[in-house]
Design a binder for this molecule. Structure first.
Ligand SMILES: C[S@@+](CC[C@H](N)C(=O)[O-])C[C@H]1O[C@@H](n2cnc3c(N)ncnc32)[C@H](O)[C@@H]1O
Length: 215
C-alpha cells in the first residue's frame, strides 16, 4: 500500500468518533464533574413539575445519561440538614445505603447540574440509577433503560408509594428556562438501597435497587 494511502487510512481512523463504553462515559463525567450538554437540555415544564431534563438527541438504551451530583454526607449530617431545610430543599436530598450505612447526596445547591433536575416517573421511566464507585466513593448515575427519542423527557422512578404528584393532573406546557433560583419544589426524599460490598477499586458499578421510602 502506498504511503499516501496508509496516511489517508490513519487520518480517517483518528477522525472517526471513538465509541466509549457507558461505564467509561460515566467515569469521565464523574471525574470531570461535567454534564452532557450536547445531549441534554433543561426546560421549564409547568408550575407543578417545575423544570425537567430533556434529550436534545437520541440516546441509546444502556447509555450513561447524567450523574445525580451533590454533597455526599453521612446519616447524621443528613438528619441534621433535613431538620433545618425547607421542604423545597429537602426535595433534593437523595438518601441511599452503601456499605451497610445510610448516606445522602445533598443536591439542594443550584449548581446548574442536570441530574438533580430529573423528574420522577414510576410507570415507564426511561432511566434508572446505578451506583458507580470511583476511587472508593459512590456516585449515583442515571443510565437509559430504553432508547430515548430526541425531545423526550429524562425520567427515573424515585421509588416509594406516596409521591403526591402521582395522583395529580399536570398540564403539558414546556418551554426553555434558565438555571437559576433556589430549591423551588416540594418535599421529596428519594431513598434507595445501593447496599453491598464495594472494594476500593478504581471503578466499579452496582445496580442501585430497592428504592424504598421515595418522594
Ligand atoms: C429533585 S427535584 C426535580 C427537579 C424539579 N422539577 C425542579 O424543577 O427543580 C424533585 C421535585 O420535582 C417535582 N417532581 C418530580 N417529578 C415530578 C412529577 N412526575 N410530577 C410533578 N412534579 C414532579 C416535585 O416537586 C419534586 O419534589
Amino acid at each position: 500500500m502506498a504511503a499516501k494511502e496508509v496516511g489517508a487510512k490513519l487520518k480517517h481512523k483518528f477522525e472517526m468518533p471513538r465509541r466509549i463504553s457507558p461505564l467509561h462515559d460515566a467515569f469521565h463525567h464523574i471525574t470531570s464533574r461535567t454534564d452532557k450538554t450536547d445531549t441534554l437540555d433543561v426546560k421549564y415544564i409547568n408550575a407543578v413539575k417545575g423544570r425537567g431534563v430533556f434529550a436534545k438527541r437520541t440516546i441509546s438504551k444502556g447509555q450513561f445519561v447524567a450523574e445525580y451530583r451533590g454533597d455526599m454526607i453521612d446519616d447524621a449530617e443528613y438528619q441534621r440538614r433535613r431538620s433545618l431545610y425547607h421542604p423545597m430543599c429537602a426535595a433534593f436530598m437523595f438518601a441511599f445505603k452503601w456499605r451497610g450505612k445510610t448516606w445522602c447526596i445533598d443536591a439542594s445547591q443550584e449548581d446548574e447540574s442536570f441530574g438533580r433536575l430529573v423528574n420522577d416517573e414510576h410507570r415507564g421511566p426511561n432511566c434508572r440509577i446505578k451506583r458507580i464507585d470511583v476511587n472508593g466513593k459512590p456516585h449515583l448515575c442515571l443510565f437509559a433503560v430504553d432508547d430515548i427519542k430526541q425531545g423526550e423527557e429524562i425520567t427515573y422512578d424515585y421509588g416509594g408509594e406516596d409521591c403526591p404528584w402521582r395522583t395529580q393532573m399536570t398540564s403539558p406546557t414546556v418551554s426553555g428556562v434558565a438555571l437559576d433560583g433556589s430549591c423551588p419544589f416540594l418535599s421529596a426524599n428519594q431513598t434507595f438501597d445501593a447496599a453491598g460490598p464495594s472494594d476500593s477499586q478504581q471503578m466499579t458499578s452496582t445496580t442501585a435497587h430497592d428504592m424504598t421510602s421515595g418522594c
